[in-house]
Ligand binder design. Structure first.
Ligand code: GSH
Length: 203
């Protein structure tokens, strides 16, 4: 099994989840702009997970759900009750559909304006801060007084949220400005697996 990733991206969350699961896999650094990688994922995005099937698996939330299901002993997925499954799906949909896209204008402002002057790109980035603050506030509420995204235990949602809140490090409001996220972030920083993956994924 091969996980295609790029440093600092949501694909690193899949790497952490695979390590937590005890999976046997190889992490492969992808050049998303390359023709070789486009044959693996025509959308030219990471993550992609090659399990030896006719095509690689894509979409972080689907890959994370697959990992949770394939390695049940690691207990990285939702609780079995209907309310528990709903809460988990709701959190993952928020992370994929609201949280992650809030950062697109920040990372790739040129995709959101036809004016590519530095001033115009800065304006797009500045506009993204409002939306990012909104999703950060919501994540802070989801974490609440605990230190996990889902209920009070470790799941793939923690890995996913953690990698993305790190993206605020250079924003006017960083993860340190959201008390519950800050506590969650510190706890994740202390996880030896997380430390190991961050070290290896940026090496
Ligand atoms: N919907 C995709 C989005 C993945 C995505 O946006 N990946 C980013 C890294 S976090 C990427 O590869 N970006 C390259 C690009 O946008 O060109 C998923 O959830 O997996």
């Amino acid at each position: 099994m091969k996980l295609y990733y790029a440093p600092g991206t949501c694909a690193v969350a899949c790497w952490i989840a695979l390590e937590w699961a005890g999976a046997d896999f190889e992490a492969v650094r992808a050049d998303s702009a390359s023709e070789t990688f486009r044959r693996i994922n025509p959308l030219a995005m990471v993550p992609a997970l090659d399990i030896g099937g006719p095509r690689a698996m894509t979409q972080a939330d689907a890959i994370l759900a697959y990992i949770a299901e394939m390695y049940p002993d690691a207990q990285l997925g939702p609780d079995a009750d209907a309310q528990g499954r709903f809460e988990f799906a709701e959190s993952m949909a928020f992370l994929t559909g609201d949280f992650h896209p809030a950062f697109w204008p920040f990372f790739a402002p040129q995709r959101f304006t036809t004016d590519h002057t530095p001033h115009a790109l800065d304006q797009v980035r500045a506009a993204s801060y409002v939306r990012i603050d909104r999703v950060m506030q919501h994540l802070d509420r989801l974490i609440g007084q605990g230190s996990h995204v889902y209920r009070e235990r470790r799941t793939v949602a923690d890995a996913y949220a953690y990698i993305m809140v790190r993206w605020t490090a250079k924003l006017p409001r960083t993860w340190k400005d959201y008390p519950n996220i800050a506590r969650f972030h510190v706890r994740m920083d202390q996880d030896p697996t997380v430390q190991d993956v961050l070290g290896r994924s940026t090496a």
